[in-house]
Design a protein around this ligand. Structure first.
Ligand SMILES: [Zn+2]
Length: 388
């Protein structure tokens, strides 16, 4: 699901961050709205698995708002933003969204697509933090230092107000705010000490809440996404990262081997990550290229009872569609294209044919195995292909 969602997350969030009135308010709390807007914008049908009591009605709210021009009217977009902040995303979708940000290997930063940054109205507060001699004296260096600290929270994660309480301490964890990783960047003892005494308490008050003595939780509502911009890749450990002004110190391994790259054209980076970046880059183009049609359907007991007017139960219908059995026009998608279903629990991965064709041109990209279903999907041209 991550491959499918990544383009929607990045292009939808970029859209919100560009809108003048909402730009200073937009935070990671709005990732859900961004995904829904991008899905509507690119006519991508999204069907997340729903738990008992959950609804995906927000999709219709966003559809109606987009249809009446909310994307071009700041006031309407602001209303939509406020309204969606009050509703709960389906848990499966929220998990897929947060995983797309925090995944160590296929997360947005690892793929040089986007990285964590402060919500835009915090930038001036970071400029006002005391100089760290030799490391952070200009506004640009101070932002880079604060963002390096935010990066240290990738493992413990950030908290969103609509996360289920059960995720706390399991999926999102507290930290003290003092990270060993920062000492790889700030090698000078005096700079380390000043950072821990003067910066960390202020960064914690801006970006985190205290949950226990000496323990803090990073708050997604105080954070935003930096999309595009400059990137570096470490020649020692191959970690993608933002370049620190005037330095080549790798934030991961501490070697002075983090060199600036263009992730779109660097042959080594493209060979390793290009396959996973392609659909997001396509979605950011003008006009955007939609990633795929994506529908997740559950084979559960609750779906197994056929309604009196239906010949098949939902589970039977999904199974037949999955086997490429034609159930007639009424069963096909609104666009007239065949609907494709998959049981979410089997963790099927799907990619668009355009991504696959790019992959097949590159010898170093992972080659997906052809399955009966993908071979069938290939017959309908633009339809997505499947791979386990
Ligand atoms: Zn490194």
């Amino acid at each position: 699901m991550q491959d499918a969602l990544r383009p929607l997350i990045v292009s939808g969030y970029a859209r919100l961050a560009r809108a003048p009135i909402v730009a200073s308010l937009v935070s990671l709390e709005d990732l859900y709205l961004g995904v829904l807007i991008a899905a509507k914008d690119m006519s991508v049908r999204l069907r997340p698995e729903l738990k008992v009591g959950e609804s995906f009605h927000d999709e219709h709210i966003v559809e109606e708002a987009v249809r009446s021009g909310a994307l071009t009217k700041d006031e309407s977009l602001l209303q939509l933003l406020v309204r969606l902040r009050g509703s709960a995303p389906p848990e499966s979708l929220l998990r897929a969204i947060t995983n797309s940000l925090t995944d160590r290997y296929y997360g947005l930063e690892s793929l040089a697509l986007a990285s964590l940054m402060e919500r835009s109205d915090h930038s001036l507060k970071i400029h006002a933090l005391p100089d760290v001699s030799g490391y952070a004296q200009t506004p640009e260096e101070k932002l880079a230092l604060a963002r390096s600290w935010l990066r240290c929270w990738s493992r413990p994660g950030f908290w969103l107000s609509r996360m289920p309480p059960a995720w706390w301490l399991r999926d999102v964890q507290p930290r003290s705010g003092k990270f060993k990783t920062m000492s790889r960047l700030l090698r000078d003892k005096g700079a380390q000490s000043l950072f821990e005494k003067e910066w960390v308490p202020q960064l914690l008050s801006l970006f985190a809440v205290q949950t226990a003595p000496g323990k803090f939780r990073l708050e997604g509502r105080e954070l935003s996404l930096a999309i595009g911009g400059e990137w570096a890749s470490c020649q020692s450990c191959r970690t993608a990262q933002r370049p620190f002004p005037g330095r080549t110190t790798c934030v991961n391994c501490g070697e002075d081997t983090a060199v600036r790259i263009d992730p779109d054209s660097d042959p080594v980076f493209a060979a390793r990550k290009g396959y996973y970046r392609a659909s997001t880059i396509d979605a950011l183009r003008t006009p955007p290229t939609a990633p795929m049609v994506l529908i997740a359907a559950e084979h559960t007991a609750q779906l197994n009872t056929a309604q009196t007017v239906e010949a098949f139960s939902k589970a039977e219908e999904h199974e037949l569609l999955f086997q490429d059995v034609d159930l007639g026009r009424r069963r096909q998608g609104a666009s007239g294209r065949r609907s494709m279903f998959f049981p979410a629990r089997q963790r099927w991965r799907l990619v668009s044919t355009s991504v696959l064709s790019r992959a097949s041109r590159s010898a170093t990209c992972p080659q997906p195995a052809q399955t009966t279903s993908s071979a069938q999907a290939a017959r309908v041209g633009a339809e997505p292909q499947w791979q386990p």
